[in-house]
Design a protein around this ligand. Sequence first.
Ligand code: NAD
Length: 373
Amino acid sequence: MIIGVPKEIKTLEHRVGLVPSSVKEFTTRGHTVLVEKDAGKAINFTDEHYKKVGAEICDTPEEIFQRADMIVKVKEPQPQECAMLREDQVLFTYLHLAADPVQAKGLMDSGCVAIAYETVTGRDGRSLPLLQPMSEIAGRLSITVGSDLLQKHKGGTGRLIGGVPGVRPAEVLIIGGGVSGFHAAQMATGLGANVTILERDNDRMRFLDEYFHGRANIVYSNTDTLEKFARHSDLIVGAVLIPGASAPRLIKKDMLPTMIPGTVFVDIAIDQGGCAETSKATTHDKPTFVIDNVVHYCVANMPGAVPLTSALALNHSVLPYALKLADHGWKKAILDDPNFRNGLNVCKGEIAHREVADSLGLNFSEAPRALAA
Ligand SMILES: NC(=O)c1ccc[n+]([C@@H]2O[C@H](COP(=O)([O-])OP(=O)(O)OC[C@H]3O[C@@H](n4cnc5c(N)ncnc54)[C@H](O)[C@@H]3O)[C@@H](O)[C@H]2O)c1
């Protein structure tokens, strides 16, 4: 198969669909990989690195889109990329189509087969293995970013995250102990902070309790516990998720004046609307704003700040799926694996994912599955 890796063109996107070590996996199996000139340059993967592992460097995205059987990317295709996709071409990338009717139309018009990273499910049929690395990164980053913002000149409480002998460390409150909350807690406990995780799923609380074994307090999440712990926290991380729904607005505006002046609030859940009434999405250019002395950090694309780590982690998760597509073709690859099949979003002009179709108010079509069979 011919696999194409165009340079990402979305603003401030520095990741790349396939890193050189992944390209090598394809070329050693006899596939051809086309990589756009300078596609990995921002994270120090040069064209020379790609050539060494057998990739062919192309000067333009047009050449890649014309020649490739499958395009592997990171971000959703931009309008000019949708216009270059062709019938039967496989597109494997993040799509986040549910709220993007323009992109949905572009993909449907192209006749391509679009498989979205974010709807591929794990063996349990529920987890989202291609979203997980980004939550892991956002969780860990929330503590490095948050502890930096705790410095007085950045608006924070002025408390050092790990304290020093004789002076207590910072209080870190993590709301939601799922993937991102767990990784935030790992970092915060590692730095010596006093960590409390608010959760409401009993099985998850048991897991967290066993894992942290006293290094973090695991507390049932309700309005009372949230209000109590938020009042005394230096750093609060919002890491809740209710699958398929907007984030619950757990931190009410009138809670802010009860908090310590300079409290830092990192809202990881901002991509689902945020978990405070005062949250609004920010970008890496201007990541914070202050309301009632609470420093809000609400960047919707936190992993974009560390594109090298993000590209590598994403590749580790994506590679086995991308290789299946290349080795067996999309029909056999998704037919063999119902969880991989959940990634199919658009197929030859039709929406092939029920929830995506419902969100867009478009018809859901069973036909692509039948086609694969
Ligand atoms: N901002 C970013 O750059 C970025 C990056 C990656 C992920 N995210 C987002 O972060 C959010 C969390 O992702 P995740 O992968 O950690 O989700 P997850 O499903 O693994 O974890 C969410 C946890 O929240 C818990 N929860 C739900 N309601 C709660 C409540 N009222 N109180 C306490 N806990 C509650 C759930 O039980 C679950 O354990 C998602 O919205 C995800 O899209 C954002």
